[in-house]
Design a protein around this ligand. Structure first.
Ligand SMILES: NC(=O)c1ccc[n+]([C@@H]2O[C@H](COP(=O)([O-])OP(=O)(O)OC[C@H]3O[C@@H](n4cnc5c(N)ncnc54)[C@H](OP(=O)(O)O)[C@@H]3O)[C@@H](O)[C@H]2O)c1
Length: 292
């Protein structure tokens, strides 16, 4: 078994402009169909944080398999990345809240990839009391079930190859009941616990997992759910490109958890260490109100 300090895996192509790791060059591992090249799979790659990951990884020379539901938009994103960065970018339309959609991606992951970013996720602009069971099940299917399935499909060949990395996108809201009466933070708390647990089990095999916990980030996320963010103070907002860059840097450093921006690092620290009663008193978010 490989020792953790002898990790051959690195999520960044050696010698790339952003490769600031001290781990030295990693061995070339043939990807599914192009020996010597690196392949990353990004879910939810057409918008927000997923699109930012796709841009950052294309800039680092990764070939990409891009997943989302909107096939036309996926094709446009893939074309743009190829034109700008000269990498191969393949669109794979799939609805990850369905088993059939997950299976499509799993088949590609089974062939071996260098990096998987489980980014696609959603929320509900409805309290648990008002939401239908179907809505809650769709939320769990995308935020939990798909993350479990794709992690499983990717991590097994990674362990066999003794290299590879997975980033699971969670949320700062996972650390406290920031949206009372909502399943969303519970799904992200699951992502945190799951990712940390799997990360520790596969680390000795040279495979890295990272949980990314961003705070409010300017994307399409809130508009999609009809969430009014107009009263949100400007300083709370993060930039999706900064979030993706921070995660990739933290992955290179071998961290298990990435919380972009000091203001959110401080908030997460407080949520993790303050007395629970205090955290509960501070919890506030209109989305969870029963009236919605
Ligand atoms: N934005 C924030 O403030 C924030 C904060 C913390 C955590 N996060 C987390 O960050 C992740 C990305 O969020 P974002 O803000 O970047 O969202 P976004 O801008 O709404 O983008 C969502 C992406 O996921 C795809 N997607 C949605 N449902 C899908 C499905 N069923 N199957 C496959 N793809 C699907 C969308 O494309 P299609 O519609 O074409 O499928 C799109 O590419 C999520 O996991 C979210 O929970 C976001």
């Amino acid at each position: 078994m490989a020792r953790p300090d002898a990790l051959p895996a690195d999520a960044v192509p050696p010698g790339s402009a952003t490769d600031d790791s001290a781990a030295g060059p990693a061995a070339d591992i043939p990807t599914a169909d192009a020996p010597g090249r690196r392949l990353a799979v990004v879910t939810g790659a057409t918008a927000g944080i997923g699109a930012a990951f796709a841009r950052a990884l294309a800039g680092q020379g990764y070939d990409l398999l891009l997943v989302a539901r909107d096939a036309a938009r996926l094709a446009a994103v893939a074309q743009e990345l190829t034109a700008r960065h000269g990498v191969r970018a393949e669109p794979l339309p799939a609805d990850l809240s369905t088993t059939a959609g997950c299976v499509l991606v799993e088949q590609r992951l089974a062939a071996g990839v260098d990096l998987l970013v489980n980014n696609a996720g959603r929320s509900l602009h409805t309290s648990f009391v008002r939401a239908t069971v179907e809505q809650e099940e769709q939320l769990l299917a995308l935020n939990v079930h798909a993350v479990m399935r794709l992690t499983k499909a990717a991590v097994v060949p990674m362990v066999a190859a003794r290299r590879g990395a997975i980033i699971n996108v969670s949320s700062a809201s996972a650390f406290a009941t920031m949206m009372p009466g909502s399943t969303y933070p519970a799904t992200k708390a699951w992502v945190n616990a799951f990712t940390e647990s799997v990360a520790l089990s596969v680390r000795p095999f040279g495979v890295r997992l990272l949980t990314l916990c961003p705070g409010y980030t300017r994307t399409e996320f809130h508009d999609r759910q009809g969430i009014d963010t107009s009263k949100m103070p400007g300083f709370l907002w993060l930039d999706a490109d900064d979030v993706a860059r921070t995660a990739l840097r933290d992955l290179r450093k071998g961290r298990l958890l990435s919380v972009p921006a000091w203001r959110y690092k401080a908030a997460v620290f407080a949520m993790r260490h303050a007395p629970r009663a205090l955290v509960q008193r501070a919890a506030r978010d209109g989305r969870g109100r029963i009236g919605r």
